[in-house]
Design a protein around this ligand. Sequence first.
Ligand code: MG
Length: 396
Amino acid sequence: MRISAILEQPIQLQGNMANAVVDFSSHTVSIVALVSDQRRNGKPVVGIAFNSIGRFAQSGILRQRMLPRLLRAAPESLLNPEQTAFSPAAVAKIAMTNEKPGGHGDRAGAVAALELATWDLNAKLADEPAWAHIAKTLYPSTSNYPDKLPGVPVYAAGGYYYPTNHNDQLSDELLAYRDQGYTDFKIKIGGASLSEDMQRVNTAARIAGGAQHLAVDANGRFDGATARAYGQELAAAGVRWYEEPGDPLDYGLMAKLATTYSGTLATGENLFSVIDTKNLLQFAGLRPQQDLLQMDPGLSYGLTAYLEMLTAAKTAGFSRKQCIPHGGHLINLHIVTALELGGCESYPGVFQPFGGYSPQCTLTNGRVIPSDAPGFGLEQKTELTAVIAGLLKDAM
Ligand code: MG
């Protein structure tokens, strides 16, 4: 059993929305395919994944450094010890050959795409959804996995700053999500004045049926004084959580804010390694049983590393229900389902072709259930069908 080819393609994100800091219209994502020598129905079995959303494609790092390492490796070195499946951990480790420690930036997403594609490949070889495959692999002593899932809590992330008619477009956007079955929402703050942002919060909270169903995200924009000024108003409004008030690595700012902000703080999507997570847990003043951790496996070396982050979080007193990964797409839906995390993000209207779920996923009353497609089911997502066909056009 071996990997016969690895394909990568940068894909432009669609949309003209912006958060407080970043205009996403220029963003790209790397989609990768691990083509195996195993065949089903006359075609090779292929693992597919991408490096989440919100950064850029990693074509250079993948093509110049990581893909040659994996293709040069002895085929059996990419398998598990029993030689019965590909090893996501081995793929990640070999992709990182000769890389120095530290500097967990873009390469963390490059490795993640490959590691996650390995999970997709294994699940397809086992002919089961990725969530079930991940759960069985990680918890082999659990013999019964439910045929019918209860679904995981999901919230619709959006509420970006549009070029015109901010408040009208915000209302229209959230109403559309509500019509789709979402009951919880997240909007951006920090791209306007505090008073304008609180108008946005109030508008969104009305549509959400109360601020307890509304989270806000500053995308790391604020200095300490601004973070605290927003915090006063947001605590009074009673929002569900206050996300990334300051620079994601400014643990001092977060620790100081945590002493005065009575509500829930959330952060972690811009930490890309286990050691960054441990530092966050040690120095950022986050409160066990209260605050939320949002590290994203697709931006931080994949599921293997994410499991170590969960262990670090548990050691620091945080439960899995306090882990709600960034990245509203099918890959993280399966991971949240498999690991029984606290919830899942969704980008139903934005970040196409990757954001949101496939039509076969069930969304009811704020809970989402993945489809029974093998792997992450990316092939079922309407916006991705042509992308994947283009990626694989010479491989099938
Ligand atoms: Mg965020």
